[in-house]
Design a protein around this ligand. Structure first.
Ligand code: COS
Length: 383
């Protein structure tokens, strides 16, 4: 463990209080306004939430994966939009640099990401390259003492807020495979980088995504991540392996919150002269939710521990992401069901979570991509 057990316990208590006292009361207004209050973002900075996973040597808290998921279980007992504010700085936006960046790149960016001074995004997906990430078309060609990028990236989380993008682009036009892809650290503003309008999404209002358009976007030679060509796809896959455990932990946190709300309602709401929680059909929904959330929590903790021990957790990460995100979908559905008509009405917030959690089964690899990764790894290991 990177932290003393007592320090971690105190940190988790602080986060629990922050979620209960500051984030929960703001859930509805953030969703209504689609805007994150700057004072809450400031409080997240002060708590160190932007640098949870960034090594201490670069100004972060340096949590290992086991500690990170414990933090996420607590932090995500609220609208997932709050996690998104610092989610890319801890996850896909910074981890390419942490895992494969040069020492100079680490020193240049990680301290500012850890403090929350700048926001980072991860730009892999394109209009015609989603699940088949290796088919991406964004190009980077050498020009003078740097590179010129052209192409469009789609659904980029935190793009409207970001001033640093990890961009996967094809540096070898002759190589249409993953080997022709390199990763670049592109700073914004840049005259060659434009943003589309923020996307109008089904849920997670307050968290923003947009297209990022590169038009003859010049970046200096040292923007090449790790200083190596042809490594960008592998970097992206390594980042996503980690990201998938992270998202699974987020799903567990949200599920546990929904179970709390479901239980509360089942104890308070009376029908046929008694609380609905006394009816076995309602109890079944509570019990199934609890059992599944517990299974997902145990999977996430196991995968995180294995990763911390240096194991290759590509399969386990995909298993966690697949199971936990499908699980929270079922839990959110049951939460609506237990709440009955009130579950469908905005005032109770349950329908908002139902929409919010739908994204978990899509981003950082759809459920079908997780299945594909799991089965492919199984066949490879067997063969
Ligand atoms: N870690 C390290 N390297 C990896 C890796 C991993 N988890 N997965 C694959 N690689 C390497 C492979 O070893 C291979 O390298 P070599 O050519 O040296 O052998 C290279 O990357 C290409 O791998 P592969 O042939 O498996 O690539 P595919 O095009 O078949 O893609 C999937 C595989 C489908 C798994 C990949 O495209 C994917 O994850 N897609 C989903 C993308 C996604 O999650 N998008 C969400 C948006 S980002 S928020």
């Amino acid at each position: 463990m990177a932290l003393e057990a007592e320090t971690l316990r105190q940190f988790l208590d602080t986060i629990r209080r922050f979620v209960r006292e500051r984030l929960e009361p703001a859930e509805e207004s953030v969703a209504e306004s689609d805007r994150m209050p700057p004072e809450l973002v400031g409080e997240m900075r002060a708590l160190g939430l932007f640098g949870l996973t960034i090594p201490e040597a670069y100004g972060g808290l340096g949590l290992d994966m086991s500690e990170e998921v414990e933090v996420l279980f607590e932090l995500c007992r609220t609208s997932p939009a709050f996690r998104s504010v610092h989610g890319t700085n801890n996850g896909i936006g910074s981890q390419g640099i942490v895992i494969d960046g040069t020492e100079e790149q680490k020193r240049k960016y990680l301290p500012r990401l850890a403090s929350g001074e700048i926001i980072a995004s991860f730009a892999l997906t394109e209009p015609s390259a989603g699940s088949d990430a290796a088919s991406l078309r964004t190009s980077a060609r050498r020009s003078g003492n740097g590179w010129v990028l052209n192409g469009t990236k789609r659904f980029i989380t935190n793009a409207p807020e970001a001033s640093l993008f990890t961009v996967m682009a094809r540096t070898d036009p002759a190589d249409k495979s993953a080997g022709g892809i390199s990763a670049f650290l592109v700073e914004a503003p840049n005259p060659g980088l434009k943003l589309g309008k923020p996307d109008r999404k089904m849920g997670q209002r307050g968290a923003h995504t947009a297209d990022v358009i590169f038009e003859d976007c010049f970046v200096p030679a040292d923007a090449l991540l790790g200083g190596k060509e042809g490594q960008g796809f592998k970097t992206a896959m390594k980042v996503l392996d980690r990201g998938r455990i992270h998202i699974a932990a987020v799903a567990v946190g949200v599920a546990e919150r929904l179970i709390r709300d479901m239980l509360r309602y089942a104890r308070e709401r009376e029908q046929f002269g008694r609380p609905i929680g006394e009816f076995q059909l309602v109890q079944a929904m509570l019990a199934d939710s609890r059992a599944e959330a517990y299974a997902a929590r145990a999977m996430v903790l196991d995968a995180a521990r294995r990763r911390d021990q240096g194991e290759n957790v590509s399969t386990e990460a995909a298993c966690c992401k697949y199971f936990a995100t499908e699980m929270v979908g079922r839990v959110a559905d049951r939460a609506v069901q237990v709440h009955g008509g009130s579950g469908y009405i905005a005032d109770f917030g349950v329908e908002r979570f139902y929409r919010d959690v739908r994204l978990f089964r899509l981003y950082e690899g759809t459920s079908q991509i997780q299945q594909l990764v799991i089965a492919r790894n199984m066949l490879r290991e067997a063969g």
